[in-house]
Design a protein around this ligand. Sequence first.
Ligand code: ZN
Length: 145
Amino acid sequence: MNEKTLRVEKIKNGTVIDHIVAGRGAEVLRALKGIEGRTVILAVNVSSTRMGKKDVLRIEDKYLAPPEYSHVALVSPDATIVTIRDFEVMKKEKADLPKSLKGIAKCNNPACVSNREPDVASEFSVIEKRPARLKCLYCEQEMRV
Ligand SMILES: [Zn+2]
């Protein structure tokens, strides 16, 4: 499969996530919701002129919701998210981490209120994007992703 085939051919509706850091494609897939029953193709260690090696994920009949863009960015900053409708590329965006993340990722500190109280959603400020470094707003624990 060449790069063009992977990206658009034979996908009528859905999402292609390109330029994933090599080896992290499965992790990106796990971060997404509503994959059950969808046709998913994960290509690992694909040659890339820009990155050397990369992973590419193709999911039919699924479009990413805004929180999922953050999930993807968390696992693989700079991934390209391509939205395809009726065989046409409708949108092509870079996964970019927002300044803060709510309800995404889990604090490393078991004693943190976000882990102990089911009603408290985790909340982090993003200190660094590449690689991602987060700081919990409740317990101030820093973590790398
Ligand atoms: Zn915490």
